[in-house]
Each structure stands twice: as C-alpha cells, then as structure tokens.
Write a protein that binds this ligand. Structure first.
Ligand code: P6P
Length: 343
C-alpha cells in the first residue's frame, strides 16, 4: 500500500511549531525562505554540467580559497532569500569575511543565520555530492543591526540547524533540538517531502571517515586510534571500513544514517602549532547540534564542540563527530596520550 501521508516541510514545521505555543511563526517563515534558496541551488547544481556555471571565478574568499562559480551563486541565492523577511538581524557566511548586515530598507528581526553556502565545492565539477550547512541563533543584542557577539555564540545556543546534500537526490535534514528529520526534494512538484522521520544515529558504527593521507601530520593519539580501528572488532569480528568522500556534508549524512565516526584532526607537524581545517561557526556547530539531537556526539577531541566559545568568525577546530561509542573511544585515546599513558 502506498504511504498516502505526504508530509511537506511546511506542514511538518507547522505541526512541530504547535509544540512551541509562544512561537510567532518566525521560524516557519525563516525555513520557508531558506528552502526556496535550497531548491534554486539544487536546480543549478543538478544541471551544472550543462550550463556555464562550473569552474572558478577570479576571486578568492576569506579562506584564501578560489571561489567556484556555484559557491558565489549559492551565497547570493541564500542572501537574497533571507535579507528581506524581517526575521534576521544579520547573517554570517563561509564566503564573506565579516558578518553580513540586513540592508537598511528591511526590518531587522530576532534571529541570526550562519551558513556555509556550498561545502565541498572542490568536488562540484567532479559530480561528487556537495552541501549547504546552516545554523540559527536567537539574537543576544537588544535590537537593530545584529553584531558580531550575536554570531559568536556557543553552538549549544543554536535554536535550529540543518544541512542539504545535493547528491543523487537533494535531501534537507534539520532539527530544532527535539528530533532530527530528513526531507527529500521532489523536483516535479518543488516540495521537500518527509522521507527520514526521527533520525537516530546508531550508538556504535562499523566505519570511519578520515583522510588517511594526512596520517603523518596527526598526533600520536589519533594515529593509535585509527590503527586500532584496523584491528578486528570484537563485536563484528572484522575491522572498521573506511568510507571517505571528501565532502563533509556527504560523509556526515552517511554516518548519521548508518552510524560511524568522521574525523578531521589538526595537522600537528608542529606540535606547538596544531592546524585544524574545519570551521567552528558554520560547519562543526550546526552538525554537532544535529548529531546530538540524533543521539550522537561531537568533540574537538578534548571538548564538546557545542561548548566551544567562538572567538573569531572563521576560526577552525579539530572535529570528531558521529556515533557516541566511537567519539568517546577516540577521546579516550587522546586522553591517554595527553596523560602520557600507554596508548
Ligand atoms: P581534505 C571540503 O573542501 C572540506 O571543507 C569538507 O567538505 C571536507 O570534509 C574536507 O574539506 C576535505 O578535506 O583535506 O580531506 O580534502
């Protein structure tokens, strides 16, 4: 029998919203505006090979990375979808050095949107899945234009977070903290339809995601942990499998559904100056919010990601995220190394 109950994103948010009697519909409006941008980005990503939107611009972003044309397109679409709704007081993006103000002609609201418009963009012209990551905060400043302190809040203060994977299908996964839900875009009707209700990440995984090519740059605890994963697991009688796409959202999405652990440790070739790669505000924090809402964990290796107090918009952190058992075990390896105990 067909599942006749078609739950659109709009219906799901409205049903969820009844759980928050004081909600004024702001979040619903925010998500409706945001998903319009996602639908447009999905359309462009899915025909990128056919039209002149592949390749690089002649610009560099704050990260010093070449801005791909689709990066700029995604950034522009999200900004234009969100600048006029009267819900936000400012935004912050991986592509923009400073916080993004709401244009003077538009009303300032009580929320902040942080986002990575198109993560994994180096994969765009290789037809590998890429994604958008976003987090939502309530403002901490009284009124008017949002300020940097509105953005540099701990991840545990987020009121919602989510991501979109532009892959074999376009899937939006979001949470307001109570449950994690996935919606698959039906491009024929332009609707995100509930396809993964109440996602829970398995307590323990069978695979790990890391760029093994960086092995020689890792600290000893991380090396010992990854070597341990290659030994036969007592429970499964086999070693962990290695699954690595090189696109954070795609790697995270797989681990969220099947269980497993994703690691991006710091480059510790200079132990006094460890260099992490992934960004805290608009990559690690939103995914950490989601994984905890799904029963998993996210850590720097020594601190819960959601507890890290951001000090700069584009600061980077080491990230281990996924099934609770696996994140805990990694942290134990690191703790033994730092205590000078045998690892
Ligand atoms: P590496 C993509 O550029 C990205 O920011 C993440 O999406 C991904 O997890 C990571 O970098 C991959 O980095 O060094 O393994 O290529």
């Amino acid at each position: 029998m067909f599942n006749t109950k078609l739950v659109t994103l709009n219906r799901h948010i409205l049903e969820e919203q009844t759980a928050f009697p004081d909600a004024k519909g702001d979040f619903t409006s925010l998500m409706m505006d945001l998903t319009l941008a996602f639908k447009i980005i999905s359309r462009e990503v899915n025909k990128a090979g056919l039209v002149e939107i592949l390749g690089a611009t002649d610009e560099e972003n704050i990260q010093g990375e070449t801005v791909m044309k689709l990066d700029a397109f995604a950034q522009d679409r999200i900004f234009k979808a969100m600048d006029h709704g009267g819900i936000l007081c400012c935004m912050a993006s991986e592509e923009v050095e400073h916080i993004i103000p709401i244009p003077p002609k538009f009303t300032k609201g009580n929320y902040i949107l942080v986002f990575d418009p198109l993560d994994g963009s180096s994969n765009i012209d290789k037809n590998v899945s890429i994604g958008t990551i976003f987090g939502v905060f309530r403002r901490v400043t009284p009124a008017g234009d949002g300020k940097l302190e509105d953005v540099l809040q701990q991840g545990c203060k987020q009121v919602a977070a989510g991501y979109v994977v532009y892959g074999s299908s376009t899937i939006l996964v979001y949470s307001t903290g109570s449950g994690v839900h996935g919606f698959t875009l039906d491009p024929s009707v332009g609707e995100f339809l509930l396809s993964h209700p109440d996602i829970r990440i398995p307590h323990k995984g069978k695979s790990y995601s890391v760029n093994e090519g960086n092995f020689n740059t890792w600290d000893e605890g991380t090396k010992a942990y990854v070597q341990h994963l290659k030994e036969v697991d007592k429970e499964t009688q086999r070693p962990y499998g290695l699954r690595y796409i090189g696109s954070l959202v795609a790697d995270f999405h797989r681990n969220l559904l099947t269980g497993g652990v994703f690691l991006y440790p710091s480059n510790c070739t200079d132990p006094k100056n460890p260099k992490p790669k992934l960004r805290l505000v608009y990559e690690a924090n939103p995914l950490a919010f989601l994984v905890e809402a799904a029963g998993g964990k996210a850590s720097t290796g020594t601190q819960r990601i959601l507890d890290v107090q951001p000090t700069a918009l584009h600061q980077r952190v080491p990230l281990v995220i996924g099934s609770t058992y696996d994140v805990d075990q990694y942290c134990q390896f690191l703790a033994r190394q730092q205590a000078g105990a045998p690892i």
